[in-house]
Ligand binder design. Structure first.
Ligand code: SUG
Length: 417
């Protein structure tokens, strides 16, 4: 079978809560202390996957990680009963739901060895995300165990921060052909941290055996990070030959577009001007944190958060765009409000892997029946709500752990326990 793009969504874990753990992520800061709804959150994620299946797209998923992370707490010589609130919250975080940060993925046609390479992200800039990589790596090694087709790498060592596919774009004539891989790194973000270090990006490009002629390293605009674009995928998204980007996404936009066009002449760059959609509107609405996908009929659609529909300036611009002659023909809003309130839109929730689905461990591939089964487990076991001051509650901890075990069992993935 031909190589296709498979979107692997992180199933939203039972410990989903709003602890305000990510400085520079405005939604996370604004919702700090709010009551979360893990059950509704996870069901929103399942609905998004169902909608993608209905569009005819290939869909996979990843399991939530084991939370609280007791091994991490033990490394800090504490436990949930004794940890200070910020450490407790970091150990309990469901942040692995944002699968775009799980890894960087280079499809087989881009690599010298003809394998699809995946590098688990170290996520070391934020404490609550810095301990995701071990659980993520175990899962990647299981899902992509077939060494004839995949090479799975561990994280880049400290101190070089890496946040995975959220700071990575691939442009290509079609998914199954060799493409141009674009790594977007940050240098400084004013008051906020730049999370992607150029040395991490370069290390991944080497590990993935990419052709330097088809690899670009591009600096993210400092002004974008300072405005709250803590990842590049908050201000730009690519699919096949199309780059959909805010005018202020890159530090040197003209040089970036020129370099792209020089390496991939068929590239189509759709630029949203700041005088129509400000960075603030882009970040509030997450219009770029959309899944830009190729539909089975060959047309492209943007799967956007409903927040983009609610912002009149953003929606007005998008409606004009699809009415024109551009490559993006369809807008598909999805409700992922619970994730959005922590700064995670539709594109954050998924990791793209171009592969033949038959070469992936079938337990990670979605169909309607499996999603029904997963939704039943979520409805029966996920907590209805969590307030941040509840995180140390032993009953809640027990519920979160048994909820995940029930899901692993239902998906025949208890090996990840
Ligand atoms: O790393 N939010 C995540 C959101 C990640 C979005 N991913 C992409 N853009 N690809 C982050 O900032 C908030 C958790 C909290 O505050 O409880 C959080 O981790």
């Amino acid at each position: 079978m031909a190589l296709v793009e498979i979107n692997f969504d992180g199933i939203i874990g039972p410990s989903h809560n709003y602890a305000g753990l990510s400085p520079g992520n405005l939604a996370s800061a604004n919702n700090a202390g709010a009551m979360s709804q893990p059950r509704a959150a996870a069901l929103q994620g399942i609905e998004k996957m169902r909608a993608n299946l209905r569009l005819g797209l290939a869909q996979g998923f990843f399991m939530p990680l084991d939370r609280p992370n007791k091994a991490w707490l033990a490394g800090l010589a504490t436990d949930m009963a004794n940890a200070e609130p910020h450490i407790r919250a970091a150990a309990f975080s469901a942040s692995a739901m944002w699968a775009a940060n799980a890894a960087t993925v280079s499809p087989a046609p881009d690599s010298a060895d003809g394998k699809c390479h995946l590098s688990a992200a170290n996520l070391l800039t934020m404490a609550h995300r810095s301990h995701e990589w071990s659980g993520t790596l175990a899962q990647l090694r299981l899902a992509f165990a077939d060494e004839r087709h995949f090479a799975v790498h561990g994280p880049v060592p400290a101190p070089f921060g890496d946040e995975g596919a959220a700071n990575f774009m691939r442009l290509c004539p079609s998914h199954g052909e060799a493409g141009l891989e674009i790594f977007v790194y940050g240098k400084s973000g004013g008051p906020f941290p730049a999370r992607q270090h150029v040395e991490a990006s370069k290390a991944i490009a080497r590990a993935h055996r990419l052709d330097p002629e088809r690899t670009l390293f591009v600096q993210q605009a400092e002004v974008a990070i300072a405005a709250g674009a803590f990842h590049n995928d908050v201000v730009a998204v690519a699919n096949e030959r199309v780059l959909f980007t805010h005018e202020q996404a890159f530090e040197e936009p003209e040089a970036t577009y020129a370099a792209i066009r020089a390496k991939l002449p068929e590239a189509e760059i759709v630029i949203v001007p700041a005088d129509r959609v400000s960075l603030a509107d882009a970040i509030q609405s997450y219009l770029f944190n959309a899944q830009l996908v190729t539909l089975p009929d060959g047309g492209m659609a943007l799967i956007l958060p409903t927040e983009a529909q609610s912002n009149p300036r953003v929606w007005g611009w998008l409606e004009e765009m699809v009415a024109g002659n551009g490559p993006i023909r369809r807008l598909v809003p999805v409700d992922v409000r619970q994730s959005m309130a922590n700064g995670g839109g539709p594109a954050c929730l998924r990791l793209r892997v171009v592969a033949d689905p038959a070469t992936v461990d079938a337990r990670f591939i979605a169909d309607d029946a499996k999603l029904d089964r997963i939704a039943e487990v979520i409805a029966a076991h996920w907590p209805e709500s969590i307030a941040p001051d509840q995180l140390g509650d032993p009953d809640l901890i027990a519920q979160v752990q048994s909820a995940r075990s029930a899901l692993l069992k239902a998906c025949d993935l208890s090996a990840l326990a």
